[in-house]
Design a protein. Structure first.
Length: 164
């Protein structure tokens, strides 16, 4: 009778151990696949954000290049440049300020500063050279639209994206 009682407990315990180990056999590779998928997803988000940043920068550089062309076609007197800048700022509301500064860049170079607060907005300084002059064109650009695009990208329910 004791032997029968011993075997009646041993069989469910052994069955439980076999069940646990059989689940571990498929669970470990499954967890690895989930981690790899999460890494791939995060990498894709980073690539998409980098593409948005490149598109934003290229668009602003193109807009400023058109302004440089307009400036190079006129003489750089204070009244003419102020009029050109005023017209440009009216048609490009994301440009908060634009000015000519002493040259410091080569003809194929640009300078992109770090984000900073400007009139209760987050802005960035972008500078390009004005060809055949001793001036660079420096603009302060509002980052609100760019930040709105980035805010749409998030990981999970409470995901946070940091941009350096």
């Amino acid at each position: 009778m004791n032997q029968l009682r011993l075997y009646s407990w041993l069989i469910p315990v052994l069955a439980g151990i076999v069940f646990v180990f059989s689940n571990i056999v498929w669970l470990v590779p499954f967890i690895q696949d989930v981690r790899q998928s999460a890494d791939s997803y995060q990498t894709e988000i980073v690539r998409r954000i980098a593409g948005e940043a490149e598109f934003f920068l290229e668009k602003k550089l193109r807009e400023m290049s058109l302004l440089v062309v307009e400036l190079s076609e006129s003489d750089l007197t204070k009244t003419k440049t102020d009029g050109i800048f005023k017209k440009f700022l009216e048609t490009h509301p994301d440009f908060l300020k634009i000015d000519l500064v002493q040259a410091g860049l080569g003809s194929d170079e640009y300078f992109l500063g770090s984000p900073f607060p400007f009139d209760e907005r987050l802005a960035v300084t972008l500078r390009i050279s004005v060809v055949f002059t001793d001036f660079d064109l420096e603009a302060v650009i509002d980052l609100s639209d760019f930040i709105d695009v980035l805010a749409q990208e998030k990981i999970g329910e409470a995901g946070v994206i940091f941009i350096l």
